[in-house]
Design a protein around this ligand. Structure first.
Ligand code: SF4
Length: 482
């Protein structure tokens, strides 16, 4: 029997899908302050992970670093940045899922292997990390963190015993690991960027002066004044040293399967990935949603911030005016004090508040990027109705989320996914919307304008993952890294 829906006992942010991680790297050939550029690169990637962050830096091949729990400006002071000297650096912003808020799990990981010290920062999730870890532990390996990134570090370290060439070490490591990964690695004075063979997570290359930079998203390049050069190809390894780049197109070519949720939610709208603007994708999703699921109304409203661009697209297509009806408190972080039970019922109001003047007596179309558990949708609709909305029609700019993600995005097990357990009509009733509609998978795949055709993972919507997911996953998977 299906469990009843419970909307009263969770704080508002529990319904959100949380971010992936952000990675950044620079090989500084100019007189920039390497640590400061990395800091600002990470600042631009803060949306990809707010739990912890870190920088590792190499001075004449000697690697040091600093990392900690908190946002980029909380972890790094000017004094700390001044201490981080060198000309090659990598950085990381992290989001983890379960109980991973320990300093040991913060990245970049700095480790020693036969070739010297190395630092590694990882965005994504390996699907065979547990298996590799058990095998390595059987051979005597000791792990200090619960992340799958340390499995990669351990493999690099072991492969370094057998091969002297860095590319061979990395290639041998890629032969073993399976899943999603965008890696930036610091090996003495070399900056390395690697994207997994499916290209599931983003990584791009930019240039500022004579210096090359790598980042999860090119919005980080704009912040530091770098120009975007290109995306790293799926399965590609780039080695950057002394102002020159070597690209190794690995033999692990797979069909490109970029995570479409980056377009729906994770990536910043001012980024472009694999040739497609995130902003335009969201606008297009709104337009297609208006074509697929029209409804008569007086105003289109976006749930701040993730639903706003799609709401503008819906408004443009439908001709129904776009309006602001929900105001977001921009100063609410991820770690505000948990409210008491009494306050918890009103907890959505901590983040959002309704503009009664705009709402009263109107038929509202409210657009959000996705529904995961349904808790936030219910509270937002209640808020609009309490503020006098005559009707509230909910439109979602992605299809129903029916399956978990195993590739680094915090979409939990099926039992927590409302659409995996209830029909659309049941969800509509539960969230108290007058009507409810989702974007179809067919339309979603048309939204990343400019991206190669058929190059997306849609696993959480369709159950069709790019690679076979081991049966045990979700039970004894290592803690998701990011
Ligand atoms: S399953 Fe969904 S969230 Fe995970 S990589 Fe695929 S599209 Fe992205």
């Amino acid at each position: 029997m299906k469990k009843p829906l419970d909307f009263g006992s969770t704080v508002n942010h529990e319904d959100e899908i949380h971010e992936a991680c952000g990675v950044f790297g620079i090989s500084n050939m100019d007189d920039f302050d390497t640590a400061q550029i990395t800091y600002f690169g990470l600042y631009a990637l803060q949306h990809r992970g707010q739990e912890s962050c870190g920088i590792a830096i190499s001075k004449n091949g000697e690697i040091t670093g600093h990392k900690g729990i908190g946002l980029v400006p909380e972890v790094f002071s000017e004094k700390i940045l001044d201490r981080l000297e060198g000309n090659v650096a990598i950085g990381h912003t992290r989001y983890s899922t379960t109980g991973g808020s320990s300093v040991e799990n913060c990245q970049p990981l700095i480790f020693t292997y036969k070739g010297g010290k190395m630092a590694l920062a990882h965005n994504g999730n390996l699907i065979n990390a547990s298996k590799i870890r058990y095998e390595l532990e059987d051979k005597g390996a000791i792990f200090q963190t619960s992340t799958d990134s340390e499995v990669i570090a351990n493999l690099i370290s072991r492969n370094g015993l057998k091969c002297s060439d860095l590319v061979e070490v990395l290639t041998k490591t890629m032969e073993v690991i399976e899943g999603a990964y965008a890696l930036v690695i610091l090996a003495k004075n070399t900056l390395v960027g690697i994207r997994d063979p499916w290209g599931m997570r983003p990584l791009c290359l930019g240039k500022i002066g004579n210096s090359y930079v790598l980042a999860s998203e090119n919005c980080a390049f704009d912040v530091i004044g770098a120009e975007f050069i290109r995306d790293i190809d799926p399965g590609e390894i780039v080695l950057i040293e002394g102002g020159s780049i070597t690209s190794i197109k690995s033999k692990f070519n797979k069909p490109h399967r970029f995570c479409i949720f980056e377009h729906i939610y994770f990536a910043r709208p001012d980024s472009s990935i694999d040739g497609a603007s995130i902003y335009r994708s969201r606008l297009e999703a709104g337009k297609l949603l208006a074509i697929e699921s029209p409804v008569e109304a007086d105003m289109v409203v976006g749930v701040p911030d993730s639903g706003i661009t799609a709401a503008i697209g819906y408004s443009r297509q439908s001709g129904i005016p776009y309006g602001e009806a929900l105001i977001k408190n921009r100063y609410v972080g991820r770690t505000f004090i948990q409210p008491t039970q009494q306050l918890r019922e009103r907890s959505v109001g901590i983040k959002l508040n309704a503009l009664r003047e705009e709402i009263e007596g109107k038929r509202i179309i409210i657009i959000d990027d996705s529904i995961v558990r349904g808790t936030t949708s219910y509270k937002i609709i209640q808020m609009l109705k309490n503020a006098g909305a005559k009707e509230v029609h909910m439109r979602i700019s992605s299809p129903p989320v029916l399956n978990p993600c195993y590739f680094g995005i915090d979409i939990s097990s099926k039992e927590h996914l409302i659409a995996a357990n209830y029909s659309i009509e049941e969800i509509r009733k539960s969230i108290n919307a007058d009507t409810l509609a989702f974007l179809s998978v067919e339309s979603l795949l048309k939204t990343p304008i400019g991206a190669p055709v058929n190059c997306f993972c849609t696993g959480c919507f369709t159950g069709e993952y790019p690679m076979k997911v081991p049966m045990h996953l979700g039970k004894d998977i290592l803690e998701k890294n990011c």
